[in-house]
Design a protein. Structure first.
Length: 349
């Protein structure tokens, strides 16, 4: 690496100083630029968007000077997302902090406007917290948590019988890193696991940790067997509205829907109707078609629904894992090796 080719890595969202230090330790020849005073302040641990607010003209000029010389970026610049291709013309690689960046990249035509830039996702980083959310949802609905909380709120004592998970079936639509972790935790509770995957060339059921493995086209065939349906697929043209009225009707009465993929996968009015009628026993939702979820949405007040504000994936230890991924990829980038988790803009994952 010559002096003229020394890359500049710009950290574009807040990172704890100890993680920035780890990036600098990868290779002293990399110029790591990190000015937290120019970045939106985080609202919670591992917040990569930050509090809304404008930079002063002087700070914005300084920030844009960093963008202009960046070869690598940790995260997107969400404060200038529309103009990023013009503001960062040298950038060759952006390491995202989210797995589901496909619609974001495609919607801003970065794949066309930044043809020499590689985008890598954070696939795998959020698998454990998302799987734990799914496990929580299955336990909460089977053991009657909503009923307990209602009784506690009303100071009402009435015994009831919940259920158990042993021998129940969970269908996992989108059997990637998240789906595999969901299956691992589900198996520990004795559930039967059925994975649905877009492409089956990557292994058999046993190697992917499920009792059965099918192509996503078999969704309707397996829905009648699902006590729990977990959606862990990305939002793509193929998955848009994949769970509609017909699919919900195929689920057994009392089944529970858990969505940690994207809200666009589900027909929300049809979901509300299935919940109100009692056909669905419950839903645990971390993602919605419109976010924030509008105050007038009936999902807020349905007694058998858990609403999570797109927070199931976040963890106070997330930035450490994302930094691990960035450092692995940075070593590959410097060595001219293929990067991990490269986004396919056409597939959008």
């Amino acid at each position: 690496m010559t002096e003229a080719s020394r890359p500049t890595l710009l950290v574009a969202s807040y990172l704890e100083p100890e993680h920035v230090a780890r990036i600098r330790e990868v290779d002293p020849r990399v110029d790591v630029v990190y000015e937290p005073g120019l970045l939106p302040a985080p609202r919670y641990a591992a917040d990569h968007i930050g509090r809304p607010g404008a930079r002063s003209p002087e700070d914005e000029a300084r920030w844009r000077s960093h963008l202009a010389r960046a070869d690598v970026m940790f995260d997107f610049d969400y404060t200038n997302d529309a103009a990023l291709p013009e503001l960062a013309p040298r950038v060759r690689w952006i390491q995202a902090t989210s797995a589901g960046i496909g619609p974001f990249v495609k919607g801003r035509r970065y794949d066309e406007r930044m043809p020499n830039t590689v985008f890598t996702t954070a696939r795998g980083v959020h698998a454990r917290p998302l799987a734990e959310f799914c496990a929580m949802a299955m336990l909460a609905t089977s053991r009657g948590l909503f009923r307990m909380l209602d009784g506690q709120r009303r100071r009402h004592w009435e015994r009831f019988a919940g259920s158990d998970l042993l021998g129940r079936t969970v269908v996992i639509f989108g059997h990637g890193a998240i789906g595999r972790e969901v299956a691992r935790l589900a198996a520990a509770f004795g559930l039967r696991t059925i994975g649905l995957k877009r492409e089956l060339g990557g292994g058999d059921a046993r190697s992917l940790g499920v009792d059965e493995l099918h192509a996503t086209g078999a969704l309707r065939d397996v829905l009648p067997r699902a006590d729990f349906l977990v959606l862990a697929a990305p939002h793509t043209p193929e998955t848009e509205g994949v769970i509609g009225r017909a699919e919900l009707a195929l689920l057994p009465r009392g089944a529970v829907l858990v969505n940690v993929g994207r809200g666009a996968l589900v027909d929300e009015p049809a979901l509300v109707d299935a919940l109100r009628s009692g056909h669905l026993g419950g839903a645990a939702l971390d993602v919605f078609r419109e976010e924030p979820l509008p105050a007038e949405s009936p999902l807020w007040t349905l007694p058998n629904v858990l609403v999570s504000p797109h927070s199931a994936s976040t963890s106070d230890r997330e930035n450490a894992l994302i930094t691990d991924l960035l450092c692995r990829n940075l070593r590959r980038f410097l060595a001219g090796e293929p990067l991990l988790n490269i986004l396919d803009p056409d597939r959008q994952y």
